[in-house]
Design a protein around this ligand. Structure first.
Ligand code: ARG
Length: 514
């Protein structure tokens, strides 16, 4: 039987020595048999990936937050991580925007509000286009060939513009490039507010023609694709027994979303020699990715298919219902979080005193509020969007995590942790609430392991809620807040380390420092 002091004696110095690396397991990132410095495994994680012609949707925000979390988690486990934003910056929708620019574009309005103006142009054009789309869908549903409808009107204008882009027409490409540049500049600045950054702004436009041709050649040589009504298709039923047709080239000879994605895999494999690639994309893409992976498997290129994973999540969100639609949805969400946080801090002066009420603190805690809410739900579940609740200090919110981290810093500032304590010192940790807190801290490596396996951020979130809940008990039941005994200070230091690491995984930057 252990003496009650054994647990803290063993674990507290261990946690406090390891600091940020407690909960890490870099062996997960090693190729079998290699030594740590030689070669770490490489992960490519693709996330966020909005479409530049249209609005940034709630699903893109969720992908941004989840993708950043997955990148952090793999990095913590020692992987070499490359973060890619695969913009929807090519294809027919951009053709529609281009054709719209020719009708409604104004240089002057573009200069004053580039992103807003492009958004207006796209929407005006889309409204005009809607009846034609409805007619084409109706024809298809009734088993008629929509080709005739699609050969005229805005269908034809859109396709012609996209064809010019594909053929490298100077004006079409110049317009596309301006659209892309202003979108990236706008996003970069918004992502920075979320503490998210990318190693590469890639996108559908960046997939090379040569690699697309290479993909087509492999498909043809393996008998996987065939011509059908002037399009090139892969009939999945023939090759996999599962229903579905993948289009590789449309009847105008244009590349398709699927072809670009196939080529992008090859391109990235060469560029990054990844051991694994994760796509963080909403469940509306499940069929697309299962086809993509299946086709790659049939193409049989050096085991690539087995390295790919689609991490999907529910695309249902209450966010857009509450905020409506607009070109600056992300900016508006972030602003609303910040101003709600300002109100919440005003209503709780003792918390504001601890956390600070500067604009910077309000913004950071507001972001923590948003991240904690987004990361509390399991991926398959749709999630709430309740600004009032998420910016409150209720247990389980981002502000609450920030508050408890700040409390610990506050205690430790005047009572730093000690080393070399005796059994007698450790006796101060015998009370049940302290033992329970320590037990939770000991579980942290299991928690990070399990999150690494499931890629469920809710695992980390739920754990941190337990830790802060237990910490609250400890602090309420004693005088520790003002003058903890040395072993207690050691326990609080370990708690700060674990809480800080967990927050960092979620992408939440603690506002308080020791
Ligand atoms: N741009 C797409 C969308 O907004 C998501 C991109 C997903 N990634 C991919 N490689 N297809 O729906």
């Amino acid at each position: 039987m252990f003496k009650p002091q054994t647990l803290p004696r063993l674990f507290l110095p261990y946690i406090n020595d390891r600091k940020d690396s407690y909960g890490r397991d870099v062996s997960l990132a090693l190729h079998d048999g290699s030594s740590p410095d030689l070669s770490r495994k490489r992960l490519v994680v693709e996330f966020s990936s909005p479409n530049i012609a249209s609005e940034f949707q709630a699903k893109h925000l969720r992908s941004t937050i989840l993708g950043a979390f997955i990148g952090n988690l793999y990095e913590t486990m020692g992987w070499d991580v490359t973060r890619i934003n695969y913009l929807g910056d090519w294809g027919k929708p951009i053709g529609l925007l281009g054709a719209g620019w020719e009708r409604f574009g104004s240089e002057e309005q573009f200069q004053t509000d580039p992103v807003g103006h492009l958004f207006d142009v796209y929407h005006k054009m889309n409204d005009l286009f809607m009846p034609e789309q409805v007619a084409s869908k109706k024809a298809r549903d009734e088993g008629r060939d929509p080709a005739e409808i699609e050969a005229q009107g805005l269908f034809a204008e859109r396709n012609a513009f996209f064809k010019r882009m594909e053929d490298g027409d100077e004006n079409a490409v110049a317009l596309w490039k301006r659209v892309r540049d202003v979108s990236i500049a706008n996003y970069t600045q918004l992502y920075a507010r979320l503490n998210v950054s990318f190693d590469e702004y890639s996108g559908e436009s960046q997939v090379s023609r040569e690699i697309m041709t290479e993909v087509e050649e492999i498909l043809k040589s393996k008998g996987l694709c065939e011509e059908s009504g002037r399009s090139w298709i892969i009939d999945l039923r023939k090759h996999t027994g599962r229903a579905g047709v993948g289009i590789i080239r449309d009847r105008t000879g244009g590349s398709t979303y699927l072809l670009r994605d196939l080529a992008a895999v090859l391109d990235r494999a060469r560029k990054y020699s990844f051991d694994k690639m994760i796509y963080v994309v909403a469940s509306d893409h499940s069929t697309h990715f299962s086809r993509l992976f299946k086709i790659l498997e049939l193409m049989d290129i050096s085991d690539l298919a087995s390295k790919l994973q689609h991490v999907s999540f529910s695309e249902v969100s209450q966010m857009s219902d509450k905020l409506g639609h607009g070109h600056n949805m992300l900016g508006e969400i972030l602003d609303q979080c910040q101003s709600a946080m300002q109100d919440s801090l005003k209503a709780t002066p003792e918390k504001a005193a601890l956390l600070g009420d500067t604009e910077g603190a309000e913004a950071s805690i507001g972001i923590a509020a948003l991240l904690a809410q987004e990361l509390s739900a399991r991926r398959v579940n749709d999630h709430a969007f309740d600004i009032g609740h998420m910016t409150s200090f209720e247990p389980g919110t981002g502000p609450d995590l920030q508050y408890w981290y700040a409390r610990l810093c506050d205690i430790l500032r005047t009572n730093p942790g000690h080393t070399d304590l005796s059994d007698e010192d450790f006796a101060s940790l015998e009370k049940e609430d302290k033992v329970n807190l320590l037990r939770l801290l000991i579980q942290y490596p299991d928690i990070t392991h399990s999150a690494y396996k499931s890629l469920e951020p809710a695992t980390i979130m739920a754990y941190l809620v337990n830790v802060t809940g237990q910490l609250r008990h400890c602090l309420e039941n004693s005088q520790d807040g003002t003058s903890p005994a040395p072993a207690e200070a050691m326990l609080y230091e370990a708690t700060r380390i674990v809480l800080g690491s967990g927050m960092k995984l979620l992408g939440v930057k603690p506002v308080a420092k020791i």
